[in-house]
Design a binder for this molecule. Structure first.
Ligand code: GLY
Ligand code: MN
Length: 506
């Protein structure tokens, strides 16, 4: 709550607060025993139970244990298991969780006190602290876990299963005769996680705000950087300084032709002579991801007609797709639209040729330049889970869509009623165009080669690639763009201003 005093208001008796004693104050509402500013673990547990469609059973989840590096006394960097976090809000090692669906009882188990560990690493959380900090009905020490499960099983397990995510996460200390269900929990949780509640949206928004600041700091300083390493370092500096210690994924700071490698991560080449930088980097906030890509020149103007033209096409692909986002829209149709706009733009540039937009789309030629999906869900994972893939197609749609689909992004056979966007989903819209020598050489051998002017495409190799990526919340009547990083003209202006600041200093 920072430096401000805090008044905790009971909803039924607001008159209890004497606000005159506070120069500044925050009001925290407490409703039915669960505080609004806690991560809503209990709501999530109830949603998952409803999705399972059962009124009895025990959900059992194992948090990420402390793991040592191979042949070392150093621990692996801790990353909480996302399914565990969703039902607990706990970002600490060696915890467990049960949710008794019948009695609506969410229990967090925290590590037993360990003097040696406390002296070296600081004490682990107590049950009292856990109870205060997290939205659980009760917190208990690990020592109680085996007995609690034994008692639950003796009373219930004949009729109702214990739901777990994997065989490998079965209770280890209890008898092997427990009735476990390993098939239903993960799909139920995936469906719930695909649609975010207000609390989750605020976490993604905060992650985006920090990423926005970090992207801006890179833009301001890019004119004086000489190596990709400095781009990564500047981005990290801003994120960590804002208490966002983890990145949602490995930073991609790709200059020039490196941008044609979609997940380039070496980030250590000189910038001299490079036309553009593609920076795909997003901070994580309380385990929630942001996923943001900006592509920009080293100075505040386009270095070549090729760079500017490529940027303009991708900008249009993104703007037209974002504009159409609302609930009920099929995301796959936006992916197809992005291909159509790419084909129109590449025809105008003379990189594609010799056919109608539809003929070229059917040939797969646009996939040579736009080889990935338009986007994905964002949440606890940067590529977040959901009930169904955004790109899912039914069996009989193969012919219609296969030319623009990447095999790994569309799970088929899938559903007869293709998934559409729902209010509360957060998805990226990240079109890109790339000029990869590998992809072009491969394309020369294929029938689609007749639609590509390779001589013209070669001129774009130094551009590397352009990707622009924002995180979009689907709302009741449209969308909200959660990404605050500057792009387009505003982005160029920031680079120019950065150059001028140096001029003043000199
Ligand atoms: N930002 C990396 C990706 O979406 O794959
Ligand atoms: Mn992405």
């Amino acid at each position: 709550m920072g430096a401000s005093a805090m008044a905790v208001a009971s909803v039924s008796s607001p008159s209890d607060i004497d606000i005159s004693t506070f120069s500044t104050y925050d009001i925290r509402l407490e409703v039915a025993g669960s505080s609004c500013d806690k991560y809503p673990a209990k709501q999530h547990a109830r949603r998952v139970a409803a999705q399972l469609g059962v009124s009895h059973g025990l959900i059992y989840l194992v948090g990420q244990p402390t793991v040592y590096l191979d042949d070392s006394d150093q621990t692996r960097p801790f990353r909480q298991r996302r399914y565990f976090y969703y039902l607990s809000g706990v970002d600490e090692a060696d915890c467990y969780l049960t949710y008794d669906i019948g009695s609506d009882l969410l229990t967090l188990y925290v590590p037993d006190f360990d003097l040696h560990r406390a002296i070296w690493m600081g004490p682990t959380i107590t049950v009292k602290q856990a109870q205060e900090r997290y939205d659980v009905d009760r917190a208990r020490y690990y020592a109680c876990l085996k007995g609690d499960i034994d008692r639950w099983a003796a009373a219930n397990n004949q009729n109702y299963p214990i739901y777990i995510l994997h065989d490998s996460q079965a209770p280890t200390d209890n008898p092997p005769t427990l009735w476990l269900d390993t098939t239903q929990l993960m799909p139920a949780m995936n469906t719930c996680r695909g649609v975010k509640d207000k609390h989750e949206i605020e976490l993604i928004r905060r992650a985006n705000e920090i990423s926005g600041l970090a992207h801006k700091d890179v833009l301001q300083g890019i004119h004086k950087m000489v190596n990709e390493t400095e781009i990564e370092a500047t981005f990290l500096d801003t994120c960590v300084s804002h208490d966002a210690k983890n990145q949602a994924y490995e930073i991609i700071a790709a200059s020039g032709a490196n941008a044609a490698t979609l997940h380039y991560s070496k980030n250590n080449e000189p910038l001299k002579g490079r036309q553009l930088v593609c920076l795909d980097a997003g901070a994580e906030w309380n385990c929630y991801a942001s996923d943001v890509t900006r592509t920009f020149p080293l100075q505040g103007r386009w270095p070549s007609a090729e760079a500017r033209n490529t940027y303009r096409i991708v900008e249009k692909m993104q703007e037209e797709c974002i504009r159409r986002i609302k609930k009920g829209v099929r995301y796959l149709d936006l992916h197809v639209l992005a291909h159509v706009i790419a084909i129109e733009g590449l025809l105008e540039l003379g990189i594609l040729k010799g056919g109608s937009v539809e003929e070229i789309r059917q040939s797969g030629a646009s996939r040579v330049f736009f080889p990935h999906g338009l986007g994905h869900h964002v949440g606890l994972e940067v590529h977040d889970v959901s009930g169904e893939s955004l790109m899912a197609i039914a069996d009989d749609e193969q012919a219609k869509y296969s030319s623009v689909l990447v095999p790994t992004t569309s799970r088929s056979p899938c559903t007869l009623s293709a998934p559409t966007l729902e209010e509360g989903m957060v998805v990226t819209v990240e079109p890109g165009l790339y000029f990869s020598r590998l992809a072009l050489d491969n394309a020369r051998q294929q029938p689609l080669a007749k639609y590509i002017n390779f001589e013209e495409a070669e001129k774009y190799i130094p551009v590397g690639g352009v990707r622009i990526e924002d995180d979009i919340l689907v709302t009741a009547d449209g969308y909200e763009n959660l990404t605050t990083a500057p792009k387009g003209e505003e982005m160029l202006e920031i680079i120019r201003k950065g150059e001028m600041v140096v001029g003043v200093e000199m």
